[in-house]
Design a protein around this ligand. Structure first.
Ligand code: GUN
Length: 281
């Protein structure tokens, strides 16, 4: 029987642990707020931003919200970030992506102080992760490591195939699995023998961005399957990159969509905020 990895339960565990820690930090006079900046009013971004603010409230840290108009200039956004970098009451700065096209995303990411880069997107954070130095970890990949560890799934020595090579998920995911002593293969849209490769995976992590792309023909019997995708199907229901009904019977453990990887991203964002409050990074 496949074990369903419940991201809702595990993310709540993490947030409850953080809530306790925030209370202890507050008792020592240590406080901090997360600054959340949204430029424009993309509805999906608004949902994510709201969930992030709600999570701050849940664990007991402040959130400072900037809802900026679509026309905001790059210079205006950089000024706000510069101010937030200096503020001692701000432990983290998050600019919700994507930003409007007239703003250079890389420039914005690089303007955020690495000490407040709770998304883990700054090149300094990425470099630190690559060589195993302290720094904020990208939230979705760090959340997947927590899902595996807290489900008692062994990573060391396992063959992990990651499908996807984005800066936010695929690349950091591969590095974190390597750090856990997995043998890692990165596959992507140009990979020739994708099915054969996936069939060799003990742990298959799918971030391909195509609804229900992975069926049972890609999965070794008894593999662990982690689905990073999130889409709405024709019936307006949420689904992932994996065809869950077809794949689940062939796995030893699998994440559903929704309720798998999704809730972990925000839990790890909160973890990064608390690490920043502790002054660890
Ligand atoms: N847009 C989609 N995912 C993310 C995320 O994890 N962080 C930010 N800042 N923007 C996003």
């Amino acid at each position: 029987m496949a074990k369903r990895i419940d991201g809702k339960v595990i993310s709540k565990q993490i947030k409850d642990e953080l809530k306790e820690e925030v209370a202890q930090l507050k008792a020592k006079g240590i406080e901090g707020s997360l600054a959340v900046i949204q430029v424009g009013n993309d509805p999906a971004s608004s949902v994510y931003v709201n969930n992030k603010k709600k999570a701050c409230e849940y664990i007991g840290i402040g959130s400072i919200s900037y809802e900026l108009p679509e026309e905001t200039t790059e210079a205006e956004l950089l000024d706000i970030i510069e101010d937030l970098n200096k503020r001692e009451d701000v432990c983290g700065i998050l600019v919700q992506l994507p930003v409007p096209k007239h703003i250079d995303e890389d420039k914005i990411i690089q303007a955020i102080s690495p000490k407040k880069d709770v998304d883990g997107f700054h090149p300094q954070s990425v470099g630190a992760m690559t060589i195993g130095e302290p720094g904020f970890l990208s939230c979705t990949p760090a959340g997947i490591i927590q899902l595996l560890k807290r489900s008692n799934i062994e990573i060391e020595g396992k063959h992990c195939v990651v499908i996807g090579r984005s800066n936010i998920v695929g690349k950091p995911m591969a590095l974190l699995m390597l750090r856990e002593n997995a043998t890692v293969t990165i596959a992507h849209s140009k990979t020739k023998n994708l099915k054969e490769l996936c069939k060799q995976a003990d742990i298959l992590i799918v971030a391909i961005g195509k609804p229900k792309f992975i069926d049972e023909s890609y999965v070794k019997e008894g593999a662990v399957v982690i689905d990073v995708g999130i889409h709405r199907n024709e019936e307006n229901k949420l689904c992932g990159d994996v065809d869950f009904e077809k794949v689940e019977p062939h796995t030893s453990a699998i994440t559903p969509v929704p309720g798998g990887v999704g809730p972990m991203t925000i839990a790890m964002l909160m973890n990064n905020c608390v690490e920043s409050m502790r002054g660890q990074k």
